[in-house]
Structure formats: C-alpha cells, structure tokens
Ligand binder design. Structure first.
Ligand SMILES: Cc1cc2nc3c(=O)[nH]c(=O)nc-3n(C[C@H](O)[C@H](O)[C@H](O)COP(=O)(O)O)c2cc1C
Length: 216
C-alpha cells in the first residue's frame, strides 16, 4: 500500500524587505558571519549554532547531519565530535565539507564550503574541560555511529563508564576532539519579497576574498 503523502504547500513564506548589499558586507566573511550570528542570538534563537554539516562518504554519497558550532575565528568554523564516527572517517579521508546554517525566522541562510582539519589537542582539551561531566562520560560510553543491540546495552555502557571515572576527572578520550572547516566559499542569503532574494557569496581567489552577487 502506498503511504499517503502530506501536502506542505500551504505554508506561505512571508518576507520582510530587509536587504543585503555588497556595501553592507565586512571584507572578511568570518567577520560578516559574526555580525549575523550576533543578530540571530539577539533574536532569541534556540541553538542558533546548530548547523548541517555535509561530508563526502567513501562511496561518493553525500552525508549530512547537524552539529553544534563551538567557535568561529579567522581560521574557520570549529565543532567537536567522535573521531571514529562516520563523519570523522569521511572528513579524514576526504576533507571536503559544507556547512549550512538555517535561520528561517530571520529569512537567512549561510552556506560555507571548505576543507576540514583536526584541531590541536590543547584546543580540544580546553573545550573538553568546559563540558558537563555527564557529556564527558557519555563520550566514553558511546562508540558513535556503530550499531547498538538495544538501549539497555547503551545504558549499561554509560553506567560502567560512570563507575570507571568515579571520584576523578573524566579524561578526554583520544578519539574525541574538534575539526575546523577552513572556508573557501561563504554565501549569505537574505530572503526578500517576490523571490527576489539577496545572495552574496565570498570566494577565495589567490588568498583574497572576492564578493559576487548570485541570482536567487
Ligand atoms: C541540533 C543537533 C546538534 C548536534 N550536535 C552534534 C555535535 O556537535 N557533535 C556530534 O558529534 N554530533 C552532534 N549531533 C548528532 C549528529 O547529528 C549525529 O547524529 C552524530 O554526530 C552521528 O553522525 P555520523 O554518524 O554521521 O558521524 C547533533 C544533533 C543535533 C540534532
């Protein structure tokens, strides 16, 4: 039997006419990102740092999932994960990556394309130290991306790790740390009425950022 479809076409987009022009942009896309991010935070978003990370699997399939952006600086965009997970295996084998931030309430999207590299262990240690203890234990308890028999197995693994670390600091596993995506393209999209949206893309050309407007 065919699963009945659900018609979502009744959702109507409403765009305020707040534009984005080349003259509004910072010279550096990371600075521009930080400006937009401050506005998204001020708008009261729940997890404004949630971002879809796309990687390339060994068989060529694209693979995408959310991660939480934890840092953005002159070098790029940083998130943390398990280094034995699918995403990490894919990034280590083929560093090409894309990030998509969707801030639909503000009619905004930012797309980043770049190359991924593992961050230094000191940088991972620093962030690890700020994690709640429960998340630290959880990082030991879960072999991210592997198949698990059932929920009970996972919970038993958590309890075992909790006992192992009882009464002492939980060390960062060697297989847990950060990646930095070094951007070579960053596109800012601002929704405008009548589909006449603004799309401004920074492209790295011989070490300098070139900005181009693209058709929406
Ligand atoms: C909003 C949100 C944020 C997430 N943040 C992270 C994160 O920062 N790091 C992480 O490893 N997984 C995060 N996850 C879980 C991933 O989406 C994913 O399920 C997990 O990392 C395994 O992905 P993989 O098997 O492709 O490696 C998050 C999920 C959601 C919904």
């Amino acid at each position: 039997m065919l699963t009945p479809g659900v018609d979502l076409s009744g959702h109507r987009e409403v765009y305020q006419d707040r534009g984005l022009d080349v003259g509004d942009l910072a010279d550096d896309p990371v600075v521009q990102f930080q400006r937009w991010f401050a506005e998204v935070e001020a708008a009261g978003y729940w997890e404004p740092n949630a971002v879809v990370l796309a990687t390339v699997a060994a068989d060529g399939w694209p693979s995408a999932r959310n991660v939480l952006l934890k840092r953005v600086d002159a070098l790029g965009f940083v998130f943390f994960t398990n280094y034995t997970s699918d995403k990490a295996t894919e990034l280590d084998a083929d560093g090409r990556a894309a990030l998509t931030f969707s801030w639909t309430e503000l009619r905004r999207q930012v797309r980043v394309a770049g190359t991924a590299e593992r961050i230094g262990v000191e940088e991972s240690d620093t962030y690890w130290a700020t994690r709640p203890r429960g998340s630290q234990v959880g990082a030991w308890a879960s072999d991210q991306s592997t198949v698990v028999d059932d929920r009970a197995t996972l919970e038993a693994s958590y309890v075992a790790e909790e006992e192992r670390w009882a009464g002492r600091d939980v060390e960062r596993p060697d297989h847990w740390g950060g990646y930095r995506i070094r951007p070579h393209r960053v596109e800012f999209w601002q929704g405008r009425p009548d589909r006449m949206h603004d799309r401004l893309r920074y492209r790295l050309v011989e070490g300098s950022w070139v900005v181009e407007r693209r058709a929406p």
